[in-house]
Design a protein around this ligand. Structure first.
Ligand code: XMP
Length: 508
């Protein structure tokens, strides 16, 4: 493993962002909840303690064994993290009545100090007006202040320990990230060798070592994660890998054939299975969203198991698990949510195969960088996320072949329109939903009573929150006419203007 920074999470919403920024410096960064065993190795060069919605003075403050690492490794505390350091070292932190933040500017910046290099007085940042550091521990140097003289950055040089009283927000991120960069490169002296090429080289060596001459089976979905997993496994073990791509009948228009062709061109040994009849029969008459998901999941496992069972001597199951799938996150009440995500829920348990998950340390953007390096075609590389149950959760209510065909057609017009107008790559996820509602309309001079479809286009970082993408009115005009005139049975198009939260991205 490469030089690394470890981010200890106290429930800040910036934990993942900070980690991603460090990785953008080509330095590996790991995250761990505040109450977990610290996975410190000789390659861990520094530790960041994040902010929190808790107060260090409250009875339920989140506790952390600071004394175990103090003076042994560079530490940077951010807000709660900084206050925790101050309190533990017999300084004083004053409670605030309100937890507020305010755009402000720093003064008296000691930019000859390695932590604040490159910053000058007036540097903008989002100042924390919550708990304030009243008295610094002995031997502490103040590195920057707010305009009214509050300590905003400090150093305890003797123990290589630092603290800042602000976080990255809006337009005032630059100051914050400059400090993160200074901490990582100047103070922790991390080598910048976390690159896609280095990752691929290491992953290939690791796969060869663990898998040896045994065989691996992998389920491909057409998405970027499973495709990059296939490419990297293929590069490591060649034809010892067999991939299975199942058509559950709920894919996008022509997607099965297009993607299968792509995979074959890439030299992958892939078996395409058209199981749409099986899935659509199993779903007949079922309207409840969770029951539909369960049926699709179970049928998928059955089909996969049957096909994989035909292969001889397979010991491994490849999975496109990525970093956000496995990290544990600290929630607002301090509890830790343990993820037990599997791309294909339940498959590993059922098949009693050993798991190989080469992408489990990568964020999505890093998966794409690796995919690019391995020459994954752009139409897969930049494909929007698509749910496992596919159009099954975009046909509200029960599913029939006719409804699937109607939705595929409308969705195809929408997605092609986004591509034609250069909008597709600006949007995180888009699709059409077939509503169980009929509305009146007029087509060719005749009154109609047809289906309603909803367009959804959102931007998001990770699917946890989402904002609607502001599509232009002219685009709406063009697409709604195309859908209404070309898609049999649809006579009305609406646009979903709900953010997440409170709306979810999918309608079911
Ligand atoms: P929601 O609807 O929860 O979606 O806001 C967040 C992201 O997850 C995708 N999604 C799914 N993916 N199986 C999947 O593999 C599912 O059952 C499922 N439901 C939602 C959704 O498309 C979005 O990207």
């Amino acid at each position: 493993m490469k030089h690394a920074i470890l981010v200890v999470d106290f429930g800040s919403k910036y934990t993942q962002l900070i980690s991603r920024k460090i990785r953008e410096l080509n330095v590996y960064c790991d995250m761990v909840p505040y109450n977990a065993e610290l996975p410190i190795t000789p390659d861990t060069k520094g530790i960041i303690l994040t902010g929190s919605s808790f107060s260090v003075n409250s009875h339920d403050a989140l506790q952390f064994p600071l004394n175990k690492i103090l003076g042994k490794i560079p530490i940077l505390g951010i807000e709660y993290g900084a206050q925790y350091i101050v309190k533990e070292l017999k300084g004083d932190v004053q409670d605030a009545e309100n937890r507020n933040y305010e755009l402000g500017a720093l003064k008296n910046i000691q930019n000859s100090h390695a932590l604040l290099q490159g910053l000058t007085d007036g540097a903008e940042t989002f100042l924390s007006l919550s708990d304030q550091i009243q008295k610094l521990p002995q031997g502490t140097q103040t590195l920057a202040q707010s305009q009214d003289g509050k300590t905003m950055a400090f150093a305890i040089n003797e123990s290589n320990t630092y603290g800042i009283q602000f976080h990255p927000e809006g337009n005032a991120e630059d100051t914050f990230y400059q400090i993160i960069k200074n901490f990582t490169l100047n103070i922790c002296q991390c080598e910048q060798n976390w690159t896609s090429q280095a990752f691929v080289d290491e992953a290939i060596a690791e796969i060869r070592k663990t898998v040896g001459s045994q065989k691996v089976v992998l389920g491909l979905s057409g998405g970027v994660d499973s495709s990059v997993t296939a490419l990297i496994l293929h590069k490591a073990i060649g034809d010892q890998l067999t991939s299975i791509f199942i058509d559950h009948g709920l894919l996008r228009y022509n997607e099965f054939n297009d993607v299968l062709e792509n995979y074959k061109t890439l030299g992958l040994n892939v078996i395409g299975i058209d199981a749409s009849d099986l899935f659509l029969n199993a779903l007949k008459g079922v309207s409840d969203p969770e029951t539909k998901r369960k049926i699709i999941g179970k049928t998928f496992i059955d089909v996969f198991q049957k096909e994989a069972g035909k292969l001889k001597n397979v010991h491994w199951l490849g999975q496109g698990t990525i970093y956000p799938d496995i990290i544990e996150s600290v929630s607002f009440d301090g509890s830790v949510k343990v993820k037990s995500h599997h791309n294909v829920g339940g498959l590993p348990e059922k098949m009693r195969l050993k798991l190989v998950e080469p992408l489990k340390y990568l964020f999505k953007n890093e998966v794409r960088q690796v995919g690019k390096l391995l020459q994954l075609p752009e139409n897969i590389l930049y494909r929007h996320p698509f749910p496992g149950p596919g159009l099954g959760v975009r046909i509200l209510g029960d599913i029939t072949r006719e409804k699937v065909a109607t939705l595929q057609h409308a969705d195809h017009i929408f997605i092609q329109g986004l591509k034609k107008h250069g909008l597709y790559d600006k949007i995180w996820q888009a699709g059409v939903i077939l509503l169980p509602v009929h509305a009146t309309g007029v087509k060719d001079g005749k009154r109609t009573y047809g289906n309603v479809v909803a367009l959804r286009a959102i931007n998001s970082l990770d699917g946890m929150t989402a904002q609607i993408y502001p599509l232009p009115y002219d685009f709406f005009n063009e697409i709604s006419s195309e859908i209404i005139y070309q898609v049999q049975g649809v006579n009305r198009v609406v646009f979903d203007i709900s953010s997440k939260p409170p709306g979810t991205i999918e309608w079911e």
